[in-house]
Design a protein around this ligand. Structure first.
Ligand code: UDX
Length: 512
């Protein structure tokens, strides 16, 4: 669809959204916003991805994503286009969801964010709210602002005067009326509904509040930058989008605040209003804390193994205390994925650059890095010699309900087992195509299987590396019959030890 048609179709006073970067955050956000009733353009530097989206194909697996994509390509509320400049010009709210990969130093590479900021600067026509959603270090929003000011030209061709980049966060303020808002009934977000007036006023900057405090106002060129970190978990991204615990909006003006409130109004959830730096810090602090919980419980699990205690009971015993909570206390082979490990390192680096030694988080990472090797030790202890042994592996994705293998613990485990001469039979419900690119099939050494049964056939041990639901319901007696030696090494504690042993297995799990 031609973006001009999109812009012309929707009255100019309305909120029109463009999502820049259609990865694991951007695409669920884009189709989620479309489902809320907004008109959304999506663009990405990867032209092949846009082409695939235009043909109706989601570029990665995420539960419900394909269905929602098809629905809103059909409804016309989500339109993927390759021309990012046109997509920027056609919208007045821009969600920046581009990648922030990790550099060797641990710091994120922000070049994609800068490129987007420069493209926005060249295409500033009328007021725009630039919403940073990518996980970025504190002060990035300030840099986006400065970059736009630097590269945007006023109508006379001069650059905008830069605004200062603040190094320290100011005090955050909670959105006092969150509970009042939560008490209101949900209303549909289709245009023309009651929320429309506030949305229009917000974009226009009308009303006594909305017109105040836009810090980047220059005649003819107006914009705000906001930080709106995402907390989407892969495998649950759409569920998280539609049922957020909270939405964090770091803003610098009433206008930006009103727009974001209007965008998220249909979700009807508590919204925390902060300044930009605080919002950015919240995201990193959240992921660092989750990672800390996992490493903590993994060490407790190690201790449980030494003293003969049961870590699952320990988790229940401590987690029922609401001050601790049960979440993210599942011991296993460590956390992986694109976010937790990378964000943890970025947070440590950020602290270092600010003169804060976050040694606690360095330990969290070190503990996590040992998990795969500790699990391999158990495999060696169980099998003695690995060379020539057939090992079935169930689960390759870094977590269930995704095909993502980035920083998955399965990678170092498969690598070591191969190096030690084991013959591997791998199975994962979704992640095998990605794993195949990293570890292609090797005759008599590594084979991808079409079912858990096939992975177990003739095996001297079966390993569970991802907590997929289907691995909780394996037919244990059938598996035992197919295996050469019935040893089950469960890296995710999916089974009750007594019942697996009763089914005739030697069973080794984590922390019990
Ligand atoms: C994470 C954050 O949870 C999310 O809020 C943020 O927006 C992006 O990063 P995600 O990377 O999708 O989400 O995965 P998450 O569910 O956090 O799991 C990360 C890793 O930790 C997985 O490998 C998982 O298996 C592992 N994990 C999780 C544990 O080992 N134990 C647990 O108790 C929980």
């Amino acid at each position: 669809m031609d973006p001009r048609t999109f812009a012309d179709e929707v009255p100019t006073l309305m909120i029109r959204i463009t999502v820049l970067g259609l990865g694991h955050v951007g695409l669920p956000t884009a189709v989620g916003l479309a489902e809320l009733g907004w008109r959304v353009l999506g663009t990405d530097q990867d032209a092949a991805k846009i082409a695939s989206l235009q043909q109706g194909r989601a570029p990665f697996y995420e539960p419900g994503l394909q269905e929602l994509l098809s629905k809103h390509l059909q409804s016309g509320r989500f339109v993927p286009i390759a021309d990012s400049s046109a997509a920027i010009r056609a919208a007045n709210v821009l969600f920046v969801c581009v990648g922030t990969p990790q550099r060797a130093s641990g710091e994120p590479d922000l070049s994609q964010v800068e490129t987007v900021a420069r493209t926005i600067a060249r295409n500033l026509e009328g007021y725009k709210l630039i919403v940073e959603k990518s996980t970025v270090p504190v002060i990035t929003a300030q840099w986006i602002k400065k970059t736009i000011e630097r590269y945007a030209k006023t109508p006379t061709g001069a650059s905008l005067p830069p605004s200062p980049v603040r190094a320290a966060p100011v005090l955050s303020e909670a959105e006092g009326s969150a509970s009042e808002r939560a008490a209101k009934p949900i209303r549909a977000a289709t245009h023309g509904e009651p929320g429309q007036a506030v949305r229009e006023r917000a974009v226009l900057g009308e009303g006594s509040e909305a017109a105040q405090g836009n810090p980047a106002t220059t005649p003819g060129l107006e914009f705000d930058v906001a930080s709106n970190p995402e907390f989407l978990q892969e495998g649950k991204a759409l569920h998280n989008f539609f049922h957020p615990d909270r939405i964090v909006c770091g803003v610098e003006s009433e206008r930006a605040w009103e727009i974001l409130r209007a965008v998220y109004e249909p979700l009807h959830c508590p919204i925390l209003r902060t300044d930009l730096n605080t919002a950015e810090l919240i995201k990193h602090a959240a992921n660092a804390f989750l990672a800390t919980k996992i490493s903590f419980i993994n060490l407790v699990a190690d201790l449980c193994e030494r003293v003969g205690a049961d870590v699952t009971k320990v988790v229940e015993g401590i987690g029922r205390d609401p001050r601790i909570g049960m979440g993210f206390l599942r011991p296993g082979i460590g956390f992986g994925g694109y976010c937790l490990p990378k964000d943890l390192r970025a947070f440590v680096r950020l602290a270092e650059t600010q003169g804060v030694d976050f040694a606690l988080l360095k330990e969290v990472e070190r503990i996590n890095q040992q998990r795969a090797e500790l699990f391999l030790k158990k495999v060696r202890q169980a099998l003695w010699v690995l060379s020539g042994k057939i090992i079935g592996v169930l689960g390759l994705a870094f977590k269930p309900n995704t095909d993502d293998i980035r920083e998955a613990p399965s990678i170092p485990i498969v690598e070591s087992l191969l190096a030690e001469g084991a013959n591997l039979q791998l199975y994962d419900p979704r992640a095998m195509p990605n794993m195949q690119q990293r570890f292609p099939e090797q005759e008599g050494k590594l084979r991808y299987c079409s079912s858990p049964d096939e992975a177990a056939r003739g095996a001297h041990a079966l390993l569970i590396l991802t907590e997929w639901e289907e691995f909780r319901k394996l037919d244990l007696s059938r598996l035992r019959e197919q295996m050469e030696v019935p040893i089950l090494l469960d890296g995710r504690n999916l089974y009750d030890p007594a019942s697996v042993r009763a089914a005739g297995f030697e069973y080794i799990s984590v922390g019990r």
